[in-house]
Design a binder for this molecule. Sequence first.
Ligand code: CO
Length: 466
Amino acid sequence: MNHKYPKITEVVLRDGQQSLIATRMKTEDMIPILSKMDKIGFSSVEVWGGATYDCCLRFLNENPWSRLKIFKKYFKKTKLQMLLRGKNLVGYKEYSDEVISLFVKNSVKNGMHIFRIFDSLNDINNIKSSIEFVNNEGQNSQGTICYTTSPVHDEKYWIKLAKNIEDIGAKSLAIKDMAGLLRPKVCYELVKRLKKNLNIPIHLHTHSTTGLADATNFKAYEAGIDNLDTSISSFSNLYAHTATESLISMIYDDKKNPFNMGLLSEISQYFQSIRSKYNEYEGSLRGADINMLINQVPGGMLSILEKQLLDLKKQNKLNDLIKEIPKIRADVGYVPLVTPSSQIVGAQALMNILDGKRYKTLNKEFVDLVIGKYGKIPGKISLKLKKRIENYDYGTDINFKSIKEHRADFSKFLKENNIKDISRQDTHLLNFIIFPKESKEYYQAKNKSSMNDIIGLQEGFGLYVE
Ligand code: CO
């Protein structure tokens, strides 16, 4: 059989390190290897977005925009790619179109080419404006389907969603399998159907958590996928992705292989050499985790919940918690479990278990999810849950502040703290808008020019599944 060779996106600088060492990799540990990575011939490198923005400000005392500028400087041939959470940008709340537009413009200005845009509910309305803004800037808007399994998610559902994404103007499509649920044979059929029905290139992003990723990537290649995501071998597998070198070895004969395996090996050795610095952030997984296949709970989510139970000395409740998550998911119309819905469902499950009664205490975010504030739910809300939230005080609706108002707030904060007024600079302003608390701490610390080590102060934050 003769197959077209897929292009390859290297994800170690974003998702690889996000999945394996809780997004703690510092820019200074990336810089020495970037020029070599640029020589490989990857179609793109995923370097930014997802949790990296948050972690730069929250844990690393770094400005995420400075990191992006460094990538732009070193990646001269390779396109830069980022992950964007639709209307939530790189945060957890909804932002106005004015803020989304400002964010996209500045990302492009600082070097971003490909924006993979997803919504945790697969609600097309939540990704539409980002796609438009990226198109306006002449860059690659990649619409995303967040893959999950449920009675409402069949092949027909995915094809219709993918067609809609193409119709609203996305320049490429990603199948995003954050929990490693996509089985090889199912993937083969899905990619075949997508290739038949769509004109835009199809990318696959799957995780190794359940042990299926290598086979799934290979079947995607057989079905004619245009692009696959991999992570360099020393940052591969477990919660992360198929190893870059392994995937290349799977699809190419030695003679036809256009990739410099020696150089890839040097890159892998480099990342191997810095990984031990981040030992304390490694997850507990040592092999494949089949919980997701059996219990429908993503591995990344499970490890954080396990830790939270341990902190509360309730580790004996873990099994109840594992059983509770799919029940809640069914109650809320089978939402895919990905940031932020994974955090929301996880937190509510924890509440139900600790209370010993389902939905006795309701998290505000959970209620917002149920009443559709995050977007359209794929299936139906259970009647019991509907009844339970009937009497809940929803509070007032969010009123978006204008950029002008945000700028005035930022300027006021800077003045009060005797910090030079940088509120006219859009990238600093965006830090302030998206992560007000974290960026205040960041700018205050910077101002004291004491590089206070704020790493590790906010233990337990997370549940990143993307
Ligand atoms: Co991912």
